[in-house]
Design a protein. Structure first.
Length: 236
């Protein structure tokens, strides 16, 4: 095996993963930067909080594709370039890392759920479908995207070990799962506290401040002799 070619494939996958489509799609469609509202996470779930479903769907599909395409390309080229299944799996992990730490966006990326799904579907379609079904079931019952992602991240390595065994795929898969759980640390705290936003829920706007004129007018009235009595009579 030519290690230089393998490293080149891994680097290329990382660069493809570094394309933050939540930001790109939002800019093209004239929407606010997803890093400025909601969870401030550049992902499809947060883009959905903008109220634009088309932008959210495009972000979801493109984020999944940037995990799917590099792995599929590596798998198809494996016989010619001498790639093993392990190299293909590391290519998937590189694309996932690109989404988490994008070189083109100051290493401030998303949580990688859609990209991880794309990697799994290309690496092992049955594993990808089993993990996706887990996400859909949890999301449908509880309406929490983060909870669905956390449960899916825990189950994916177990599916691999129980059905297909360990092999060279297991280590990159475990790394993805651990990173997914780590990226959802804040969501886990919110789930425990009961403050996590549900799917499709928009951010709550801040309450407007009290008018300054009313505050300034009330203060002198209370300060004057008999002001408190007059204020009480007026409230009655």
């Amino acid at each position: 095996m030519d290690y230089a070619v393998s490293i080149a494939a891994i680097v290329a996958a990382y660069l493809i993963g570094s394309l933050s489509f939540a930001v790109i799609v939002s800019r093209v469609m004239g929407l606010s930067d997803p890093r400025s509202y909601g969870s401030k996470n550049p992902g499809a779930t947060n883009v959905l909080r903008s109220g634009n479903k088309t932008a959210a769907i495009l972000t979801l599909l493109l984020d999944a594709l940037k995990g799917y395409v590099p792995v599929l390309a590596a798998a198809l080229l494996a016989p010619r370039l001498g790639f093993g299944q392990g190299t293909v799996a590391w290519v998937g992990l590189a694309a996932f890392l690109g989404h988490l730490f994008p070189v083109f966006f100051r290493f401030q990326g998303g949580k990688g759920v859609a990209t991880a799904a794309g990697v799994l579907l290309a690496l092992n379609p049955l594993l990808g479908l089993a993990t996706l079904a887990t996400w859909l079931i949890i999301a449908a019952f509880f309406r929490y995207s983060s909870l669905a992602a956390i449960v899916s991240a825990v189950f994916a390595p177990f599916y691999q070990m129980l059905i297909w065994g360990g092999g060279p795929v297991l280590l990159p898969l475990l790394a993805m799962s651990i990173l997914l759980l780590w990226r959802h640390g804040g969501n886990i705290q919110k789930l425990i506290a009961g403050t996590e936003s549900k799917i499709g829920q928009k951010g709550v706007a801040a309450a407007p401040p009290a008018p300054a004129a009313v505050t300034s007018a009330a203060a002198p009235a209370a300060a004057r002799p008999g002001g408190r009595k007059k204020a009480r009579k007026s409230r009655r």
